[in-house]
Design a binder for this molecule. Structure first.
Ligand code: FAD
Length: 318
């Protein structure tokens, strides 16, 4: 079922959902089930599976020469989605990224997704490879999420890449995109970022999932700005509790967000990592209660493979 239909059927009730990473190459799918099982009590109508672009590793040959090899650490987003749908009978939402894909490969992936009965996709540009300082588009692929989104909406109208495809069937994907309450880090200002967010919605995005944030006022201001700019699709807050003190540095550095002073001071006062985790979970419980009051359609958790903090938060909130 489409995420927008799940939201409509919930009739104003806030839903619970979460996101996971596909298994590292060589690990079993059981690892994913272990990350999902503790969260099924909260009836997620959908579960997202991220997509990681290939990176480069250097292999040393006997001669001493280093060979640069493209390597995908977590290759199985589509298969993970299929396994989740098969086992749990919930919708799985694959993330589709520009990086690493030609248009042809994207088209083929979308055909696979349609055949698997996947109704939703989250369309993203993708992160830069760790070995690159900025995002480098794949030759024959896309530079921005809006371009990839256009390909999905084209297929939703039966338009494939090659005009000679006979009796092309229309897909019917419900399309999500990313939004940044604290601005995407490459954007010169929030208004410019909004211009491109609006472009994604005007091109057919059906819902927005936000980057994580720790201050509900940022979410409220973001939703208000969406509405003021004629962006009327559901805005799903993305959430992650702080679980260790190092995240005071790593989260702002990686995700370009602010941690409120009250939270950072509470973390700094903790005498152990166990206490930090408690502070992070308590903060997130309060945040979630506030988001429900603000009418958030779904609380969407970035579990990063560790379900326990999310389980504790969901137990207190749902
Ligand atoms: P875009 O919408 O393309 O925007 C990227 C930047 O370019 C922005 O600064 C925007 O303002 C600007 N821009 C957009 N269009 C144009 C244009 N036409 N001309 C000029 N500038 C433009 N990354 C992964 O690799 N895999 C994942 O699975 C993944 N999942 C994510 C899930 C969520 C909910 C979020 C919020 C992020 C996720 N990311 C993921 C990270 C995401 O790929 C990065 O934040 C990336 O840097 C931007 O992606 P985007 O889709 O927002 O890009």
């Amino acid at each position: 079922m489409k995420i927008t239909d799940h939201i409509t059927h919930a009739n104003g009730k806030t839903l619970f959902s979460f996101e996971l990473l596909p298994p590292i190459k060589g690990q079993s799918i059981q690892q994913i089930y272990n990350a999902i099982d503790p969260l099924m009590d909260f009836n997620p109508p959908f579960i997202d599976v991220t997509y990681l672009r290939e990176d480069y590793i250097y292999k040393q040959h006997e001669s001493g020469l280093l060979e640069k090899v493209a390597y995908r650490k977590r290759p199985s987003t589509v298969a993970t989605c299929a396994a989740i749908m098969n086992r749990y009978k919930v919708d799985a939402v694959p993330h589709l990224i520009c990086g690493g894909f030609t248009r042809e490969e994207t088209e083929n992936a979308l055909i696979d997704l349609q055949f698997l009965g996947i109704d939703n996709v989250l369309v993203l540009r993708g992160d830069a490879r760790k070995s690159d300082s900025a995002f480098i588009p794949t030759p024959g692929g896309y530079s921005y999420a809006s371009e990839l989104l256009q390909q999905v909406t084209d297929m939703n109208t039966g338009k494939y890449l090659h005009a000679d495809i006979e009796s092309s069937e229309k897909t019917d994907f419900c399309i999500g995109v990313a939004g940044y309450p604290e601005k995407h880090f490459e954007s010169p200002n929030l208004d410019t970022d909004f211009k491109y967010l609006k472009l994604k919605v005007d091109l057919g995005a059906n819902f927005i999932v936000t980057q994580m944030f720790f201050d509900n006022q940022k979410y409220k201001a973001f939703v208000d700005k969406c509405r003021a700019n004629g962006i009327n699709v559901p805005v799903i807050p993305g959430l992650k509790p702080i679980t260790n003190s190092k995240q005071l540095i790593s989260l702002p550095k990686t995700f370009h967000l602010d941690i409120p002073l009250e939270l950072s001071e509470a973390v700094q006062k903790c005498k152990s990592e166990k206490e930090v985790k408690e502070v992070g979970i308590e903060w997130m419980i309060e945040q979630c209660r506030g988001l429900k009051e603000l009418g958030a359609p779904v609380l969407h958790f970035y579990t990063m493979g560790n379900p326990e903090p999310t389980r504790r938060i969901a137990s207190a909130v749902f």
